[in-house]
Design a protein around this ligand. Structure first.
Ligand SMILES: *Cc1c(COP(=O)(O)O)cnc(C)c1O
Length: 479
């Protein structure tokens, strides 16, 4: 048997490169990363290739390993070339993401040391690091950080799911009674809320779309009237889902009025601040987002507003006990976890047990850079959106939506004759084919619009000038 074990060991030891191999690997990976970063200025914001990544399928997994350079070449051609370059400062589609370099280094460290961030006993430091980040976000929201609790999630969708499950578990109403419960949203509520309702069985409840005002915010008076009507007909107002920055237009629902209504009717207020929440770090943002602390649960997306690499969302609940009661489970094989609870563990606050140690990729950039550059960047995004809005309005034929509340604007070109939708689709297509900038489309009030969301940490005045230049060029080309 020993002989067999020695033989197996000989091969399995290939999983542990030695110091020279490690240096070789990391040098090559670093070289690749540096090349990518130094080429940012030249790289298109959007690109299509002939293969669109399908070339990966020509290289099936095989018994023997391959050379790293060859693999990096495949990554470059098949993965890092086709599609949206989300790290580009000229990408203003959807909600642009981030990719802060120290965030990547944090991930690297977290992966090398592989601390178990799910349970306090296993890694008290990793859990405390995540709890410190939660407390910092609670403070930013305006919650009492001692009473609030939360979780770092993979993104906003999962954060919303956890927030809504907490609301559900906080009522003592069984799911079979949910036909009488009412959930209030708007047409501009993010679609992941609907997914969450479906996943949780809450789609059995009555779903209301409260009308929007002229700035695409939830109309609080209409909400009040709807709740009154629902109560009169024997229904139970249950959850109000408000947005602090809608994905579509960046509108902030009137949180103060909505919170008054929620309080009066004893209704859970969940605020989706995935896109908008971190604007609280900026002066202008604080003017737009007020009273977020009056929510019962709030979600934020550090992979948007803190420019972190994808895979970081957050949910923060005003009363941590409510979240704990919803998510805390025990098991016989988890004895140490039960006996060591000086801190709440992430596993007690989310559906995940074993998880990515997300705290490290968030903690490192915040500590290394300090908060100041984040505040400046967020303030800059708001002003850049205002500048873009102003300059777009100077272009003959451009129609814009309302003045941006945060950093999203929408517009369309009104052609002298012909169908505006067909024209703007063509315009967007030619912008995409050009590749220097990337914008996405949306439908608002049944009309097709082009959207621009300023959220990239590499988006500065120069990039906005390119955006304006390309839009003007393409309008001229196709009219
Ligand atoms: C992006 C976004 C979400 C979804 O978050 P993911 O991180 O993409 O899962 C939810 N709500 C709003 C308002 C968003 O902008």
């Amino acid at each position: 048997m020993k002989e067999k074990l020695r033989k197996l060991e000989q091969v399995s030891r290939q999983l542990e490169p030695d110091v020279i191999q490690r240096k070789n690997y990391s040098d090559r990976v670093n070289r690749y990363a540096e090349h990518f970063l130094q080429n940012q200025q030249k790289m298109p914001a959007y690109q299509e290739t002939e293969e669109q990544g399908a070339g990966l399928y020509n290289h099936p997994f095989q018994e023997d390993g391959e050379a790293l350079d060859k693999l990096l070449k495949q990554v470059e051609e098949q993965v890092d070339t086709p599609g949206v370059n989300t790290t580009s400062g000229r990408h203003l589609g959807y909600i642009p993401g981030g990719g802060l370099f120290p965030g990547a280094l944090g991930d690297y460290l977290a992966a090398v040391t592989n601390r178990y961030a799910g349970i306090y006993f296993a890694s008290p430091g990793a859990v405390r690091m995540e709890n410190q980040l939660i407390r910092w976000m609670a403070d930013l929201i305006g919650f009492n950080p001692e009473h609030a609790g939360g979780n770092l999630t993979s993104g906003g969708s999962l954060a919303n799911l956890i927030g809504l499950v907490t609301a559900r578990d906080n009522t003592k109403v069984p799911i079979r009674e949910f036909r009488k419960m009412v959930i209030y949203t708007t047409k501009h509520t993010h679609h992941c809320i609907h997914k969450s309702l479906n996943i949780t069985g809450m789609h059995e409840a009555v779903l209301r779309h409260i009308p929007l005002d002229e700035s695409y915010r939830m109309d609080a008076e209409a909400l009040q009237a709807q709740i009154k009507e629902d109560k009169q007909s024997g229904l139970w107002p249950f959850i109000i889902v408000a947005s602090a920055g809608t994905t579509n237009v960046g509108a902030v629902d009137p949180l103060s009025n909505i919170a008054d209504i929620a309080e009066k009717h004893n209704t859970w207020l969940h605020v989706d601040a995935a896109y908008g929440g971190f604007f609280l770090m900026s002066e202008e943002g604080r003017k737009s987002i007020q009273n977020l602390h009056r929510a019962d649960s709030v979600i934020l997306d550090p992979h948007k507003g803190l420019f972190l690499p994808y895979g970081t969302g957050a949910v923060v609940v005003r009363d941590k006990q409510k979240l704990f009661r919803s998510q805390h489970y025990t098991a016989d094989y988890m004895m140490e976890a039960q006996e060591n609870n000086a801190e709440i563990s992430p596993a007690d606050m989310s559906p995940e047990l074993t998880k990515h140690f997300r705290g490290m990729r968030m903690w490192l950039p915040l500590k290394l850079f300090g908060l100041k550059p984040f505040r400046a960047a967020l303030e800059e995004k708001i002003w850049l959106a205002r500048y873009l809005y102003r300059e777009l309005n100077k272009i003959d034929g451009i129609e814009t939506g309302p003045y941006p509340e945060l950093s999203i604007i929408f517009f369309r070109y009104a052609p002298k004759n012909g169908d505006p939708e067909a024209f703007n689709k063509k315009l967007l297509k030619s912008i995409r084919n050009d590749g220097r900038i990337f914008l996405s489309a949306t439908r608002i009030d049944e009309k097709y619009y082009i959207r621009a969301a300023v959220m990239g940490f590499r988006t500065h005045l120069d990039q906005i000038e390119v955006v304006l230049r390309v839009i003007k060029e393409k309008i001229k080309e196709i009219t």
